[in-house]
Ligand binder design. Structure first.
Ligand SMILES: Cc1ncc(COP(=O)(O)O)c(C=O)c1O
Length: 371
């Protein structure tokens, strides 16, 4: 089986499994307990994990809140802000992850006004549009940094400049960006970041929310989604320590390996693109100047995506990128201008660090037969 669905999730790194297993077996003390050794050891591990993640991202460790992943993070930011700031205005876009889209839809029902920015043919918002729709009661701009279906990136720098000038909170869903680029948010004007460990070879079910503290050490007010005393009352629930330690290890490992990882991804990416060019295949939403490596949304005219995926499911793990049928087509591909039939011909292939050139060639042998 060739695994080409790395944007959906990645295969966990063995080094992460080892670390997690060690914690599962030995560190079962609750980090919210006190005094006895098992608790103190767990508190130490929790602290070290927070510090590792914060250091790599260039933020302070008291700005990291552990949670179950980016779906929770996105929901927390959007719902938490909307509930706290009644009748506020939120700006987002038409190509957000489902967890954001659905949260936005729900807060609209509760009276929050939401503006969904249009995107261009490669899935990016126009920062000028953002500038034009910010109003007096705009509280939050919530945007996906890298799109999970087509891999293109928003102009984060410009967006954060605008938000800081207009004094509007900025949330970036960086789930598909963390580990793909070397990131440092120390000087960035970003208030919230959300991400999940399983996108960078960690375990599923764990992620973090970065919340910027102001000069008084305070975080922007919002209602917690999950109440409880952990994380300074901002996210309740007993710490899932093995997952948290695993996430820190996953980020440490990918950062340590970054140069080799990037080199490998570059090779895979350019080989994939050369095969695409040889066969004249259309890439949906492709923007060579503003994308991360390894995510491709291919359109194969005359090929039904579901049938293609099913017929090849013994050999390849690929996806349509999103729940996608004639009745519920991908909102991302729709937003970049594809019609229902074009969407039905589209598949997402996403590469990761364990893939090889040979696997790509095998894939294109199959594609050739279909087209
Ligand atoms: C851009 C983006 N945001 C959020 C999520 C949600 O992540 P999780 O399922 O880990 O909560 C994903 C996962 O596919 C994603 O790609």
């Amino acid at each position: 089986m060739i695994y080409f669905d790395n944007a959906a999730t990645t295969q966990i790194d063995k080094r992460v499994v080892d670390k997690m297993t060690e914690v599962l077996l030995n560190n079962y003390g609750n980090p919210s307990s006190k005094y006895y050794g098992l608790a103190l050891d767990s508190i130490k591990l929790l602290k070290e994990s927070r510090e590792t993640i914060a250091k790599i991202l260039g933020v302070n460790s008291d700005e990291i809140i552990f949670n179950s992943g980016a779906s929770e993070g996105n929901s927390q930011v959007i719902k938490g802000i909307a509930l706290y700031n009644k009748n506020c205005h939120i700006i987002s876009s038409k190509v957000e992850h489902h967890s954001s889209m659905e949260s936005l839809r729900q807060v609209e029902e509760l009276g929050t006004e939401v503006t969904y920015l249009d995107v261009n043919k490669t899935g990016q918002i126009n920062p000028e549009d953002l500038k034009n729709v910010i109003k007096e009661n705009t509280k939050l701009v919530s945007l996906i940094a890298v799109n999970n279906e087509i891999g293109t990136m928003n102009d984060i720098e410009e967006v954060s400049k605008i938000c800081s000038e207009k004094k509007v909170l900025l949330h970036l869903d960086v789930t598909q960006l963390v580990s793909k680029e070397k990131l440092n948010f120390s000087k960035a004007n970003v208030d919230y970041l959300t991400f999940s460990a399983h996108k960078f070879y960690g375990a599923k079910g764990v992620g973090a929310l970065y919340m910027k503290r102001n000069s008084y050490g305070l975080v922007p007010d919002f209602y917690p989604l999950i109440s409880g005393s952990q994380e300074d009352d901002l996210r309740g629930g007993t710490y899932c320590l093995h997952n948290i330690v695993g996430m820190a290890e996953a980020l440490r490992v990918i950062t340590e390996d970054y140069n080799t990882y990037k080199e490998h991804m570059k090779k895979l990416d350019s080989h994939f693109l050369s095969r695409i060019n040889d066969l004249n295949i259309i890439l949906n939403g492709f923007n060579k100047n503003n994308r991360i490596l390894g995510i491709f949304n291919l359109r194969l005219p005359g090929v039904n995506n579901e049938i293609f995926i099913k017929e090849n499911s013994n050999n390849f793990a690929i996806s349509t990128g999103s729940a996608c049928s004639l009745n519920s087509p991908s909102h991302v591909l729709e937003a970049i201008g594809l019609n229902k039939f074009e969407i039905r011909n589209s598949i997402r292939v996403s590469l990761g660090k364990y893939n090889t050139i040979d696997e790509i060639d095998k894939f294109f042998e199959v594609v050739k037969r279909y087209i």
